[in-house]
Write a protein that binds this ligand. Structure first.
Ligand code: C5P
Length: 237
């Protein structure tokens, strides 16, 4: 019984404003995807990695991740798809029969603590078939619809019942495969891809459980996030 981690790194990351896919942008002198891969491997609960690379960059990502001496688990690199959902589906096809647990983690969360990876895998192995790390939200969230001139507020959900979810998300492999099969049919019909894998499991009517997330698993989207990550790394050094 083994755990496979799919590391999604095929996005363009245009909001960072670099002429380089986000996963290859450097943090402390190393590409984001390498930070994430090292932390997944360092958890001690991941037996193999599949990295989804941007189109045309599989060889570059292989050079960066698969040859890294700090990563002692087998690494395979595949080209991702046009959406995150399609990239995960491609990675999932690389799972082997023995991989009963699959994690999906975003390279855009390079500082994920190995302890969080262990927490998610332990929760799946304890019998929860779909597990996501989540943190309480600190902002009040409004639901809106487009309006003339300005958006219109249509609701204010109870903040105490909201969670901001992170990755890695962990799943029993069979459930995730089924969720992606159904999700692919929906994506083709509705031209709308899911932004996380748990959402696909929820759409099947299956339960998804939350475990406590970690501030350090924050996502890098803007230049400010990258600056914050540099500070965190310097603090830790
Ligand atoms: O764009 P966003 O930051 O939400 O992407 C989340 C993760 O999904 C990133 O790590 C990105 O590289 C990955 N991704 C992917 N394939 C895509 C789009 C995004 O692997 N087509």
């Amino acid at each position: 019984m083994t755990t496979l981690a799919i590391l999604t790194a095929a996005g363009s990351g245009t909001r960072l404003g670099r002429d380089l896919p986000k996963a290859l942008v450097e943090l402390g002198g190393l590409p984001l995807v390498l930070h994430a891969a090292r932390r997944l491997a360092a958890s001690g609960v991941v037996d193999g990695l599949v990295v989804t690379a941007p189109a045309g960059l599989a060889a570059v990502v292989t050079e960066v991740v698969a040859r890294d001496p700090h990563i002692e688990v087998p690494v395979r690199v595949v080209e991702g798809g046009a959406t995150r959902q399609a990239s995960v589906a491609t990675g999932l096809r690389m799972a082997r029969a023995a991989d009963d647990v699959v994690l999906v983690h975003d390279a855009a969360r390079p500082l994920v603590p190995p302890s969080l990876v262990r927490r998610v895998v332990e929760a799946v192995r304890s019998g929860h078939r779909a597990v996501v790390p989540g943190l309480p939200v600190t902002d009040t969230i409004k639901q809106v619809i487009p309006g003339p001139g300005a958006e219109l507020v249509v609701g204010t959900p109870d903040r105490s019942l909201l969670r901001a979810v992170q990755t890695p998300q962990g799943f029993e492999r069979g459930l995730l495969v089924r969720a992606h099969e159904a999700g692919a049919v929906r994506a083709a019909a509705e031209h709308l891809a899911a932004t996380d894998d748990a959402g696909l499991v929820e759409a099947l009517g299956e339960k998804v459980h939350i475990v406590p997330g970690d501030d350090l698993a924050f996502k890098i989207t803007t230049e400010r996030d990258l600056w914050l990550a540099e500070l965190v790394l310097q603090e830790a050094a």
